[in-house]
Design a protein around this ligand. Structure first.
Ligand SMILES: [Fe+2]
Length: 394
């Protein structure tokens, strides 16, 4: 027995240990702007060297990078709607193999999440990590993060915790970042390298990523003019921004009460079918002017209870429940479902219930909103909202 133990010990000594220095400090994570381009990002510890190896149908291409710091490896001329695998070389150690799929499919699925910051006594791993693991199991084409990635975007240690909690998810899907009020720092821009507001197309849907933070209000006219131009396209659209227009905590709105109707009019005339926001740490769904306004700030941050009575436009809501929204796209139509992951105690200290995989709480579908803004999809949504158990803790 003693001899067996010695042999096992010797074998263990022969297996090179993967130290923290052999992993990127942050990432890898992927962004994409179109069907044939992705950017693979990672941040290396000081003096560490790195490279990306992209594999497709047995052919591999290596993209090397300078030691240390940020790396944003832009890969072009990819095929649309195609799965690629890749791995990262850090110093002399290869990572496991990750994969992503390029945009371009007409039928696909994406996830909407947001508000993943931690707050003592709980960590990102204990909350955001639990939600990220559930999202990973869905294998979405991309994940929209609606903002407030961490509590202080200026603190690298906060980003350590964010990327550690969601490492497997963000290495294996495309992330669509939306800037929240906690993401104020230059470091946020360095990490994602995205403009303050931007648009992209996936299949028959156009996505409008807007910025409702106070520091952009001086450029509200510019952003509104851009929004007006982007909504000229006949494609159905989905708007993504951090601060909700409708909420049971009015202190948490972003745009002013004068500004919100300006964008709502553009949405209604410009084929926006749904708008997704976060900031209020709960799930709420409203319907106004033929548009579904969905709040999902239940990605891991401390959960909130409603402060005010819900507006007449409210269809459904759930509080103190971590979860994510899955959107199944079929051409220009889509179905949006909130999945509950775990119930959290009123004081946010513990998870009281972890729900089985696939626990759907709220669902709505919409047909092409351009031709039928009040079509059967919205009616189905209202009916489904009525039959689902609505629980509001106050
Ligand atoms: Fe926020």
């Amino acid at each position: 027995m003693k001899r067996i133990c010695v042999i096992i010990l010797l074998l263990l000594l022969l297996v090179p240990a993967v130290s923290a220095a052999d992993l990127p400090r942050w990432g890898p994570y992927i962004t994409s702007a179109d069907e044939d381009t992705v950017t693979i990002h990672y941040y290396l510890y000081e003096n560490a060297s790195g490279a990306v190896e992209l594999a497709f149908r047995g052919n591999t291409t290596v993209f090397s990078s300078e030691p240390g710091g940020f790396h944003h490896i832009r890969i072009e001329d990819l095929m649309p709607d195609t799965e690629y695998s890749y791995r990262i070389l850090v110093n002399d150690s290869w990572s496991e193999t990750y994969s992503f799929r390029t945009l371009g499919a007409e039928n696909y699925m994406f996830v909407v999440s947001g508000d993943t910051r931690s707050e003592p006594p709980f960590t990102q791993a204990e909350r955001h990590g639990v939600v990220a693991e559930s999202i990973l199991n869905e294998n979405p084409l991309f994940v929209v993060h609606l903002g407030d990635f961490s509590g202080d975007a200026d603190d690298p240690a906060e980003w350590d915790r964010f990327f550690s909690a969601g490492r497997n998810l963000y290495a294996n899907t495309i992330i669509v970042p939306v800037q929240g009020n906690h993401d104020y720092a230059k470091l946020y821009t360095e990490i994602f390298g995205m403009p303050d507001w931007y648009a992209f197309t996936a299949g028959s849907l156009k996505f409008l990523v807007l910025n409702t933070n106070g520091w952009t209000q001086i450029r509200f006219a510019n952003q509104t003019a851009w929004l007006g131009e982007e909504t000229q396209s006949p494609k159905p659209k989905i708007a993504l921004f951090h601060h909700p227009f409708y909420t049971t905590d009015q202190k948490r709105t972003g745009l002013t009460t004068d500004q919100i109707p300006v964008w709502q009019e553009i949405f209604e005339n410009g084929g926006v079918a749904a708008a997704y926001s976060a900031h209020m740490h709960a799930y709420e769904r409203y319907e106004s002017g033929g548009i579904a306004y969905v709040t999902n700030g239940a990605g891991g941050a401390p959960l909130y209870s409603p402060v005010t009575e819900p507006a007449d436009e409210m269809v459904n809501s759930i509080y103190h429940t971590l979860g994510y929204v899955r959107v199944d796209v079929n051409g220009s139509e889509f179905t949006s479902t909130f999945f509950s992951v775990a119930e959290v105690s009123e004081d946010n200290s513990v998870l009281t219930t972890v729900f089985p995989k696939g626990t759907a709480y709220d669902v709505f579908s919409t047909t092409d909103p351009v031709s039928s803004p009040l079509g059967p999809g919205i009616i189905f949504g209202i009916l489904s909202g009525a039959v689902f158990f609505i629980r509001r803790k106050r």
